[in-house]
Design a protein around this ligand. Structure first.
Ligand code: PM9
Length: 461
């Protein structure tokens, strides 16, 4: 039989409206960076050329989603869009009860306050900044039970989001099941580099937690992207649809927090999804204190409509293949140029290994923060630090957490940039890499109490 040549792929959409971007001069960028205290979160977006800060709330909505915005039912109570959203979440994710929230951290706040009491411990597959903070604010302590491979940027384990059952067992033995309100399982583990958890591991975690009567709360922010990796890497799933894999993942958990600003293709939105009616009842009561009535939870009716449509689009095979495909395209380009990145390439961005990129800087010189600043200075490409600054301080000792992963995240917004943009980004990283010895470290001169990476300021050493 004739062997068919591997064909090129293209973005599975046509562009109907464009937003012009501005190119800036080196002098403009130097001034903007100084004014921002070398923190890319403090740059104004008008000073940014290609914005790879985050994939959160930065997606381009489809024409269907925009049409849905016109169907907004802005009734204070009982909005039609809430019921559409509820049905969609039940259909695509399988959870029974839904509490809408304005974004993911609001759902994390509610579930943490309801389920965690002082002295509890919450095992999870690597920390996430806002998730851990809400667990701590509720009196709990997060314990990392991800497999060791996840902390090694060069380890090519296909499922670096997996939980180490030995570590989980040890947490149960040390603290007792009664002090573990739930295990927090993230799909497409963000801080590990967008690394997936396998279904076989999740099933084993489910069996183990069932034995001890411990619930699983799923951070499902990037569940469809995780499903893509299961389909392409896990034996037995190649012929399953993304939608079926997503449902299977969710069915192994008891509830979920969702930042819909990622997978679900909206600019704002989130929810808490639960199967336990008594927890749902408490959450539905709490949402009216912090967010808004339980049928809008801090969202406009039109936002809920766009979200319901976004969920259906997020599990379409063509969409998810191209979405993750674009990340792989950029990652493979950088690997070909010898740039040190986290491997395997993850779901929502390419993560530069700043320790290897800038071996002359020690971690207390903030190599990832310095590298993100240097990339911006070179080309106006905005990226994000995911290292010692993001890791914050130990809740008990006040000491800096020193994560093994000192990374710069090149996060790809969904349906926003083309492959040509990726080529420009790769060229900038290559240029910065060739001049890497000239990059100096930074000193932190302002540190806010919570989530310091958002607002900290730095000075050149
Ligand atoms: N993630 C991100 O850029 C935005 C805030 S941190 C820079 O990656 C997970 C896995 C996330 C996440 C946000 C949240 C919080 C929870 N879990 O930002 O509150 O990646 O909607 O969600 C960001 P919200």
């Amino acid at each position: 039989m004739e062997q068919r040549k591997q064909r090129s792929w293209a973005e599975p959409f046509k562009i109907k409206m464009v937003e012009l971007v501005k190119m800036t001069s080196y002098e403009d960028r130097k001034a903007a960076l100084e004014a921002a205290g070398y923190n890319t979160f403090l740059l104004r977006s008008r000073d940014v050329y290609i914005d790879l800060l985050t994939d959160s709330g930065t997606s381009a909505m489809s024409d269907h989603q925009w049409a849905g915005m016109m169907l907004g039912d802005e009734a204070y109570a009982g909005s039609e869009n809430f019921y559409h959203l509820e049905e969609t979440i039940q259909k695509y994710y399988g959870y029974k009860y839904i509490v809408p929230t304005h974004q993911g951290r609001a759902a994390e706040h509610i579930i943490s306050q309801i389920m965690i009491k002082k002295g509890d411990v919450i095992p999870g597959n690597m920390y996430f900044t806002t998730t851990r903070l809400h667990q701590e604010l509720a009196g709990g302590i997060f314990i990392d039970v991800i497999i060791d491979e996840a902390h090694d940027p060069d380890n090519e384990h296909p499922f670096k989001g997996d939980i180490d059952l030995g570590k989980l067992q040890k947490v149960v033995e040390t603290y007792g099941a009664s002090r573990i309100p739930y295990v927090c399982v993230a799909t497409a583990v963000n801080m590990a580099g967008g690394q997936p958890i396998s279904l076989s591991n999740l099933k084993a975690v489910r069996e183990f937690t069932n034995l001890h009567g411990i619930p699983i709360i799923h951070d499902m922010t990037r569940v469809a992207e995780n499903a893509y990796f299961i389909k392409s890497r896990e034996p037995g799933y190649a012929d399953k649809s993304i939608s079926d894999i997503v449902i299977e993942i969710c069915s192994l958990t008891d509830g979920a927090t969702m930042s819909a600003k990622k997978d679900a293709l909206v600019n704002i939105g989130g929810f808490l999804a639960l199967n336990d009616y008594s927890v749902f009842e408490k959450a539905r009561n709490m949402v009216v204190v912090y967010e808004g009535l339980h049928t809008y939870g801090g969202l406009a009716g039109r936002d809920m409509e766009a979200l319901a449509i976004g969920i259906t689009e997020s599990v379409e095979e063509n969409h998810i293949r191209a979405r993750v495909g674009q990340v792989l395209y950029l990652g493979n380009k950088l690997i070909a140029s010898g740039i040190p990145i986290v491997k395997p390439i993850g779901s929502h961005g390419v993560f530069l290994n700043a320790k290897k990129f800038l071996p002359h800087l020690t971690q207390d010189m903030y190599p990832a923060q310095s590298l993100a600043a240097a990339i911006y200075l070179d080309s106006g490409v905005r990226t994000m630090e995911r290292g010692i600054v993001s890791a914050g301080r130990n809740k008990e000792t006040g000491e800096n957490n020193n994560p093994n992963l000192e990374l710069v995240r090149l996060t790809i917004p969904r349906r926003v940039y083309t492959q040509a943009h990726m080529d420009v980004v790769a060229e900038s990283i290559e240029e910065v890499y060739s001049n890497r010895e000239s990059i100096n470290g930074l000193k932190m001169i302002y540190e806010p109490e919570y989530l310091r990476f958002f607002q900290a300021r730095f000075e050149k050493l």
